[in-house]
Ligand binder design. Structure first.
Ligand code: GRG
Length: 283
């Protein structure tokens, strides 16, 4: 058994991501912030979230042996921006119509739906600016000629996970179709709506860290299984599942094991990734 201390790893990495988000999204003076756009972005982004997706970017990069630095953290934070946008839009009256998020009134309840839509739009677009900026900073710091290519891979992965074949597709399915009634349909929806962004997090980490093809494939498999397992875990907490609790629990454990198996080729540097998966299954 490894003596890796997940709690300490999480504390340090979360604090780094939180500090980066706060510093980068500096408060604009009210006169320079038309319609309280930046205030609305900060309101949701800096609210307490678990920062799971950026943590998975960092853990994937660490598995490949890449130490955490500012460009990597910026790329990780970009995934949190996309996640935060999706939560703001998901809570809108024409979507899930939720009043609370991250322990506070939903963005549209404070700023109104129009500003909430724009805050989400601005977070989504900012994510791609940060990925590009992370690549430029890594290139300037290292001169590594492979950086432009890995940056493009990261940008493409995040766009794919967020967009029409990933999270947005899942959201469209959720709105357009009756709720799924079979385990297979539940997991297809989860893979798109929730899993695609987790998978993208692993792909961003792999790309930025310069993972080789076998390493990248392993990390993508981890992300795919982890994403669906996360949704089962979330549904179990919410008592929100169409299958039996027992079946949901079995699937959570099977998918977690599949995620762990996927990264068996890595050495101890993958301990954060493994510990994050174990923690999901342990609740
Ligand atoms: C609006 C394009 C668009 C997509 C919305 C992610 C999503 C799709 C909707 C969120 C609805 C929801 C609550 C799904 C359950 C799984 C989930 C994504 C939970 C929230 O993620 P956490 O627990 O949240 O990581 P924090 O706040 O900790 O970051």
């Amino acid at each position: 058994m490894s003596d890796f201390d997940l709690e300490s790893w999480l504390r340090t990495r979360r604090a780094e991501i939180d500090a980066l988000l706060a510093a980068r999204l500096t408060a604009a003076a009210p006169a320079e912030d038309p319609g309280r756009l930046v205030e609305a972005m900060r309101y949701s982004l800096l609210a307490p979230g678990k920062r799971l997706r950026p943590l998975l970017v960092l853990a994937a990069a660490e598995a490949v042996g890449r130490a955490s630095d500012e460009p990597l953290r910026l790329a990780a934070a970009a995934v949190e921006l996309v996640h935060c946008y999706s939560l703001i839009h998901d809570d809108l009256p024409d979507m899930d119509d939720d009043d609370f998020r991250r322990g506070q009134p939903a963005n549209h309840r404070v700023f109104g739906p129009a500003t909430a839509i724009l805050a989400g739009d601005a977070l989504l677009t900012l994510a791609f600016a940060w990925l590009a900026e992370a690549g430029a900073a890594a290139l300037a710091a290292t001169g590594d000629p492979l950086v432009p290519q890995s940056t493009l891979r990261a940008i493409a992965a995040l766009a794919r996970g967020a967009g029409m074949s990933g999270m947005v597709r899942g959201q469209a399915r959720d709105l357009a179709e009756p709720p799924p009634t079979s385990l297979q349909a539940v997991e297809r929806l989860a893979a798109e709506k929730t899993g695609a962004l987790f998978r993208a997090a692993l792909e961003v980490g792999a790309a930025v860290a310069g993972a080789g093809p076998a390493q990248e494939k392993a990390l993508v498999r981890f992300g795919t299984h982890y994403g669906v397992a996360f949704q089962h875990a979330d549904d179990l907490v919410d008592g929100d599942h169409v299958t039996t609790q027992t079946e949901a629990r079995q699937r959570l454990h099977a998918l977690t094991q599949a995620a762990l198996d996927a990264v068996s080729l890595f050495d101890k540097h993958a301990e954060p990734l493994r510990a994050l998966a174990r923690r999901l299954a342990d609740g």
